[in-house]
Design a protein around this ligand. Sequence first.
Ligand code: ZN
Length: 281
Amino acid sequence: MSKIKIHVFHTGSVCVSPAVPFGGEHCSTLKASGLFLPQSKRIWVPVSCYVIEHPKGRIMVDPGWSRAMSPKGELDKAAQIKELGSRLLYRVNQGVVPKGEAPSEHLAELGLTPADLDYVILSHLDCDHAVGLREIAAGHPKRILTSKRELENATSRPRFNPMWWEGTGLETFDWNDDQGPAHHSYDLFGDSSVELINIPGHTLGLCAVKIKNADGRFVLLFVDGGYAAKSWQEMIVPGVGVDRAAQKKSLEWIREQSLDPNCLESLATHDPDIKPHVIEL
Ligand SMILES: [Zn+2]
């Protein structure tokens, strides 16, 4: 099999309460929201987006933020409230997307347009992963997928806004394999080279992406299952979670995978220590 290439990009950054990444299992929703936290106490973390060049197809994982929410590459309150469709969500997390860092701009850097994507995968439907979807969907990628469980979970909770994905052609997948802590996964190409693995907790349908080559070496994108290597090294669950027991179990699985000698890299979406780079598998 020819090589798999994984491009790790940042679509800008997001400003959140420090309780979001490392709040632990007893963190309340109010504390994680940071609604009463002064701006000076908040932290900025990157919002990663991935493009996988695989012999069987080109995949984007999580578009991230969009150009429309940061038109000049700076914090733009009005543009962001419009894109989020919510003032409350703006208070919970603000984003900045410097010029060149919007998802379609990263594709252009690779000489690609959204139409060159065979799949856009949404690990879950939180705003900092899904708001950029409309920007990518406008360029007609072939298929846009998230788990059935995630869409069901998102349509019943105020933390999500369907305007981020409605009209984009988003499809859902049901589990067709049993990898991971919940024994729920989706084998994208039917050869387990790209497996979307349910790691419930932060959201119910959250999926990590495990990309494996013919030698068994793999890269794990554990998205918001943790916020840095420290999360699984010290077993600190994120402050935002809808099922704490499942979230802990998922983090244990992430730890086990990350310590596997075949694991080349194990990456969280919002880890400040991760710089944009390319991985060859
Ligand atoms: Zn996130």
